[in-house]
Ligand binder design. Structure first.
Ligand code: SF4
Ligand code: SF4
Length: 112
């Protein structure tokens, strides 16, 4: 799991609008308020399962499974809405392609 956490930090936190950066633009820490935890962190094992369970060139196929397996257990309402997503305030949704890329990178490193 540590490899995945580091890959996400390197690819996603490094460009996240909620990150705090030093004068050299190096990521320092997550800047979300204390009462919030990034869904990437909360659901990382489930997100890894989503990415591993799909083999498709269409990102939409990944997103559909993400909605079913992760969002349904998170903030999403029964009619499929999420206020955080609506306001582009979910890093997992905003950067899902980068998250999926980080997971794929670790998987391919582990396969070699
Ligand atoms: S919101 Fe998530 S992706 Fe963004 S800096 Fe915090 S932990 Fe990283
Ligand atoms: S889009 Fe909403 S429901 Fe899905 S992970 Fe983000 S905050 Fe949770």
């Amino acid at each position: 799991m540590q490899d995945y956490i580091e890959a996400v930090r390197g690819r996603v936190c490094a460009v996240c609008i909620d990150g705090i950066f030093d004068g050299k633009q190096q990521f320092v820490c997550c800047g979300l308020p204390d009462d919030r935890t990034c869904p990437i962190e909360v659901y990382l094992p489930e997100v890894i399962n989503v990415v591993e369970s799909i083999d498709s060139p269409r990102m939409e196929d990944y997103v559909n499974v993400l909605r079913d397996n992760v969002c349904s257990a998170c903030e999403q309402t029964e009619d499929g809405k999420c206020e955080l997503r609506l306001h582009a305030d979910c890093a997992l949704n905003r950067y899902f392609m980068l998250v999926a890329g980080a997971i794929e990178e670790v998987r391919s490193q582990q396969a070699n």
